[in-house]
Design a protein around this ligand. Structure first.
Ligand code: C5P
Length: 225
């Protein structure tokens, strides 16, 4: 048995605030951060660039196995795919929607499993996604499921996109988010669902700071138990 490396998992639907909260948790704990959504999104970019059809499961899985991904955090979070900076491309809703179609393919998820587990390095890891606590790190020490109402999530995403200079209609965004969540929840492979032993946080009426404090407190109390 090697050294035990603690893991916090943060799962939940799109726009619940997982990214901001898990980055903050990683920073406060001094642990590493895994943005598993960015891995799936990068794969979608690679699939688009290669011009592969969704039906080409073998081709997509091959890319998933061979793509070279690098995450940089200094001076700002960047994602480098095969040497090229794709940070701006992965954040679009179009990319998110294609990603959730690709992410439903079993062999693709299998091909990305090891890549994600490699992020578990000392002194600890905060992992953000849909199946972190159920499939990728089922033995995680602290599992959190972060959710919010669909309206609130669409509203937040809308604000986030606007800040990036991307203008989309709120109604369209709400529909797309609901469609994406439904696809993520209903897929047979690693569907979005709360782990039995997860701590549920509904952030609909909470500020990001309140969510971070609430999660940190819960981690601290669980640690003492
Ligand atoms: O979290 P983010 O919005 O970046 O994720 C984009 C999509 O990637 C999700 O809608 C989901 O389909 C997929 N995903 C996944 N499993 C994860 C993380 C993301 O299936 N662990």
């Amino acid at each position: 048995m090697g050294e035990h490396i603690p893991v916090v998992t943060l799962d939940g639907p799109a726009g619940a605030g997982k990214g901001t909260v898990s980055r903050a948790l990683a920073q406060r704990l001094g642990w590493r951060y895994l943005d598993s959504g960015a891995i799936y999104r990068s794969l979608a970019v690679a699939v688009m660039d290669e011009g592969l059809a969704l039906e080409d499961r073998a081709g997509i899985s091959a890319i998933a196995r061979t793509m070279e991904l690098r995450f940089e955090s200094d001076p700002s979070p960047r994602v480098i795919l095969n040497g090229r900076d794709i940070s701006d491309r992965i954040s679009s809703e179009t990319c998110g929607n294609l990603t959730s179609k690709i992410a439903a393919l079993g062999p693709v998820r299998q091909a990305l499993l090891q890549k994600q587990r490699e992020f578990r390095q000392p002194p600890g890891l905060v992992a953000d996604g849909r199946d972190m606590g159920t499939v990728v790190f089922p033995d995680a020490d602290y599992k959190i499921f972060l959710t919010a109402s669909a309206e609130e999530r669409a509203f937040r995403r809308h604000k986030q996109l606007k800040e990036k200079g991307i203008d989309v209609s709120l109604t369209r965004l709400t529909n797309e988010i609901e469609e994406r969540d439904q696809r993520d929840r209903e897929r047979s492979e690693a569907p979005l669902k709360m782990a039995d032993d997860a701590f549920l946080v509904d952030s609909s009426a909470m500020s990001i700071e309140q969510v971070i404090t609430c999660c940190l407190r819960w981690i601290e109390t669980s640690r003492l138990r």
